[in-house]
Design a binder for this molecule. Structure first.
Ligand code: MF3
Ligand code: CO
Ligand code: CO
Length: 271
C-alpha cells in the first residue's frame, strides 16, 4: 500500500513514510538547488587529476557551495563530517575524503548535495583520472547509460519497478552486478525521504509514479558481483569481490508527461 500526500513548498515537512507530491513552486526551487549541484560537479572537472587528494576535492566543494549561499547536506549528517563522498575504484559509495591522492587509472565518483534555501540537489558522476583501462571506461559508460535508461522510464503511470528493470536489464546484458544494498530516495526539503528507489526489479511493481514526485536515481554497478561490504570506518562501502564499481546520480521530478532532471550538467544541457 502506497500513501501519497500533496505538499506546498512552504509547509514544514517530516518523514511520514508517505510519498510527497510537490507543486510548481517546489519544482522551481529544485531547479535552483539541482543546478548548483551540477555546477559544483562541473567546477571540479579541471581539478580531477592525478596527485589531487580527496580532501582537496572536499574543500573545493565546501568553498563553492558556501560561496553560492548553500550548505553541503552531508556535513554533520548522521555524524558524517565532510562536504562530499569520493568513491574510488572498488569503493561503491560513501568514500570519505582523506589525504590519499588520486592516481592515473582511477575511476572516481564524486557525490554532492548542496542545500539551497532549504532544498536538496543530489547528484554524482564519474571522473576518469589519466589513462584509464578500457574495461573500466566501459563500466563507466554503461553505468551512465543505465541512469539514462532509468530516467526514460520515469513518467506518470509507470512504477518504480519499470525504472529498476530498465537499469537492471542493461547492466546484466553486460554481465555487471547491480548493487541492492543502497537505493535512490525521495528528496526535496528532506535529504532522504520516501520512496525508496531500487535499481533492480520487475516491471509494474513498486509505487506508481505520479506528477509532483521528486526523487533520485543513482545506480551503483559493479563489474563483478552485486555484494558490498562496509569498512570499519562505518561509511565506506566496497565491492565484496574487490571488482570496480561505478555510479551516476540525478535528481528528477515527475511531470504530467514525463520527468524533469534538475541536476543536468552543462554538457547534458547542451552547452
Ligand atoms: N549523497 C548521498 C546520496 O546520494 C548520501 C551521502 S550520505 C553521507 O544519497 F552521509 F554518506 F554523506
Ligand atoms: Co548523492
Ligand atoms: Co542520493
Amino acid at each position: 500500500m502506497t500513501d501519497y500526500t500533496a505538499v506546498t513548498s512552504d509547509m514544514a515537512v517530516t518523514r511520514t513514510g508517505a510519498i510527497k507530491l510537490y507543486g510548481a513552486d517546489a519544482f522551481a526551487r529544485m531547479h535552483r538547488a539541482g543546478r548548483l549541484a551540477a555546477d559544483t560537479l562541473d567546477m571540479l572537472e579541471p581539478h580531477m587529476v592525478a596527485g589531487v587528494t580527496t580532501a582537496e576535492i572536499d574543500r573545493l566543494i565546501f568553498d563553492f557551495c558556501t560561496a553560492a549561499g548553500a550548505w553541503p547536506a552531508t556535513l554533520g549528517y548522521r555524524g558524517y563530517t565532510h562536504s562530499t563522498c569520493v568513491s574510488i575504484n572498488h569503493v561503491v559509495c560513501h568514500g570519505i575524503p582523506s589525504d590519499k591522492p588520486l592516481k592515473s587509472g582511477d575511476i572516481v565518483n564524486v557525490d554532492v548535495t548542496p542545500v539551497l534555501d532549504g532544498w536538496h540537489g543530489d547528484s554524482s558522476r564519474m571522473y576518469l583520472i589519466g589513462d584509464v583501462p578500457l574495461k573500466a571506461r566501459r563500466l563507466v559508460e554503461v553505468t551512465y547509460e543505465c541512469l539514462v535508461l532509468g530516467i526514460e522510464q520515469a513518467r506518470p503511470g509507470n512504477h518504480m519497478g519499470d525504472v529498476a528493470n530498465a537499469i537492471q536489464l542493461h547492466a546484466e546484458r553486460h554481465r555487471y552486478g547491480v548493487v541492492r544494498d543502497f537505493c535512490g530516495h525521495g528528496v526535496g526539503r528532506l535529504f532522504h525521504d520516501a520512496p525508496e528507489v531500487v535499481h533492480a526489479g520487475k516491471p509494474g511493481t513498486g509505487p506508481e509514479l505520479k506528477p509532483g514526485m521528486i526523487f533520485t536515481i543513482e545506480p551503483m554497478i559493479n563489474i563483478g558481483r552485486p555484494d558490498v561490504k562496509l569498512l570499519d570506518d562505518g561509511w565506506t562501502a566496497v565491492t565484496r569481490d574487490r571488482s570496480l564499481s561505478a555510479q551516476f546520480e540525478h535528481t528528477v521530478g515527475i511531470t504530467e508527461t514525463g520527468c524533469e532532471v534538475f541536476t543536468l550538467s552543462a554538457a547534458e544541457r547542451g552547452h
